[in-house]
Design a protein around this ligand. Structure first.
Ligand code: PEP
Ligand code: MG
Length: 574
């Protein structure tokens, strides 16, 4: 009987991994209450401080081992842990407990960790849950030094699938150096640093597969299928052979498709469709270029703000944007102004909203308009970058027209400043906006007239239309791109943008999903932006589609979607 553990798949290009399981010896560090005598307090504090130094030295060693091909931002993940280790907020609290309660170093650290976790939990903030994971990684590392536990042996892991309760970004880097085939963790979500890192490094992974490291055994042969987020064990030879062939097929297909990556994306009836890439890090440009993107349709700049205590200044923004623009040659680059808030937070407390529901709170353009000192350096940097290529500035999470007006005023003021300073910029830079809030979708005509281009952010449009938090595990099952309300909003935006003659793209996950692309094309969408790894598959799909046929099918679909299950309706298309 097949044993299956299900979590969330991470990985787009390598979707299947097969290998022997290696359960990382992450025995929980068991800390029992223990105390020292008053006379031993000073020595205990020194022992604790030495352990902290040694844990920091281990992380510095990890920094040295970061592979050359790893995105430059990876060092930031490790730096976050180093900052935490060196932060007096962690060691100071533990030292205080040793001094005041005569707790042993291990017990003091454990108690202090529990207190901090309680504070995180009360905050009920998705981003802080990621910070809590970081805290646990750091505490665990110090505990291991204090208790002189053997470090996990990361050797001889080539081709193995690693199972662990959880992995820190530092672990992922070491495992990547060992050329593991993939990994599965019991905890963590797709937004965690570990998942982001796995995606950037191209490691097939399944995160949040509760209990997997306990149900699956060391040494047994595993299959990971990240498309469905499942880890399979005890597979019959026929199943193994199916997955072996599938992995081979995917690999060969990717090589074959890549040969045609420079060819334009056209449908069977020769309609040209614009295929753009979504990127998060400047280093993602390489994959976008390799897979033949027509440009960048969404550069999520908020990743510049994450995992650091300060915020990037104008020069740092400018350098990052130039790297992307130069990497993309003369192709268009759409830079989205920062979308901090909700699940993407800066460490800098000044820019962290304290409202009860972050997804509905001070996020994206709302935060930028409220905090011009946060927004201005980015706008100036985008304008300066516009002197070097076809740069477009995109405003996220628009709800009201006056937000466009205010943003335009600030952009205008920045342009005047740059002009006075004799700094080059493109005076005709295109300013566009994202349609991600139902209010904006319903008012699409007005936004289309006020802006130079629009892009539909379906990830948020779905969450706000269906009133479900996109990162809440409890209601994830309600996240339904096929909901008639969502499709009607998308259809409305497409029609209104066309009527206003305003270019429109789509940059939510739907735009790179083979299940939705034919419908979107039939509805009139002609530009799609997606993660770079999806570009080759979508380009291939387009070659088999006839736009006139899709238009007729889409019209019928929209008419009948209330009467029949949309998935059933769509299955009849093929
Ligand atoms: C979206 O909401 O669809 C989108 C592309 O923006 P993000 O996923 O960054 O919120
Ligand atoms: Mg969004």
């Amino acid at each position: 009987m097949i044993v299956s553990c299900v979590g969330i798949g991470v990985g787009a290009e390598s979707r299947i991994a097969i290998g022997e399981a290696h359960v990382l010896g992450q025995r929980p560090v068991c800390v029992t209450p223990s105390w020292v005598t008053p006379l031993e307090v000073d020595a205990e504090i020194s022992r604790f401080e030495l352990a902290v130094q040694s844990a920091a030295a281990q992380l510095h060693a990890v920094l040295e081992q970061i592979p050359e091909e790893a995105p430059s931002d990876i060092a930031d993940f490790i730096d976050t842990h180093l900052l935490m280790i060196e932060d007096k907020g962690i060691s100071g609290g533990a030292i205080q407990l040793i001094r005041e309660q005569f707790a042993s170093a291990e017990w003091a650290l454990q108690q202090h960790r529990d207190n901090l976790v309680q504070v995180f939990e009360q905050m009920d903030d998705a981003y802080l849950r990621t910070r809590r994971d970081d805290l646990d990684h750091v505490v665990r590392r110090i505990h291991k030094v204090l208790m002189q536990t053997e470090e996990d042996n990361h050797e001889h892991l080539t081709g193995r699938i690693v199972l662990a309760e959880d992995l820190s970004p530092a672990d992922v880097i070491l495992l990547h150096n060992q050329e593991i085939a993939g990994f599965v963790t019991d905890f963590g979500g797709p937004m965690s640093h570990t998942a982001i890192l796995a995606r950037s490094l191209g490691i097939p992974a399944i995160v949040g597969a509760r209990g997997a490291s306990h149900c699956l055994s060391h040494g047994e042969l595993l299959v990971l299928d990240t498309r469905y987020g499942c880890a399979l064990a005890n597979c019959a030879p026929a199943v193994l052979s199916y997955y072996g062939d599938e992995r081979e097929f995917q690999h060969e297909r990717a090589l074959l498709l890549r040969k045609h990556s420079a060819e334009p994306a056209v449908t069977a009836d020769k309609a040209r469709i614009e295929l753009l890439a979504n990127i998060e890090l400047a280093s993602d440009v390489e994959a976008a270029v390799l897979n033949g993107a027509d440009g960048i349709g969404l550069y999520r700049t908020e990743f510049l703000y994450m995992n650091r205590r300060d915020i990037p200044d104008e020069e740092e923004h400018y350098a990052a944007y130039r790297e992307v623009i130069e990497g993309m040659g003369h192709k268009p680059v759409t830079i989205r102004t920062l979308d901090l808030g909700a699940d993407k937070q800066a460490l800098d407390a000044r820019f962290r909203p304290c409202g009860g529901n972050p997804a509905l709170g001070l996020r994206a353009i709302r935060l930028c308009l409220k905090e011009p000192e946060l927004f201005r350096p980015q706008v100036r940097a985008i304008l300066r970058a516009s002197a070097h290529g076809d740069v477009r500035l995109m405003l996220p999470m628009l709800t009201n027209l006056w937000e466009v007006e205010q943003a335009r005023n600030l952009i205008r003021r920045c342009q005047q400043e740059l002009q006075a300073e004799g700094i080059d910029f493109d005076p005709n830079i295109q300013i566009g906006g994202m349609i991600e809030v139902p209010a904006a979708a319903l008012s699409a005509r007005a936004f289309a007239e006020a802006l130079d281009f629009l892009s539909i952010g379906t990830n948020d449009l779905i969450q706000y239309t269906l009133a479900i938090d996109r990162i809440d595990e409890e209601v994830n099952y309600l996240y339904d791109p096929f909901h008639p309300a969502v499709l009607q909003l998308i259809a409305h935006v497409i029609n209104e943008a066309a009527a206003a003659n305003t270019p429109l793209s789509i940059c939510g996950e739907m735009g790179g999903d083979e299940r939705f692309v034919p419908l979107l094309l039939g509805m009139g969408m002609r530009s799609l932006s997606m993660q770079p790894a999806a570009l080759l598959d979508i380009k291939q799909l387009l070659r088999s589609q006839d736009l006139s046929v899709l238009q007729t099918k889409a019209a019928g679909f929209l008419q009948n979607m209330h009467e029949e299950d949309p998935l059933t309706l769509l299955s009849r298309w093929h």
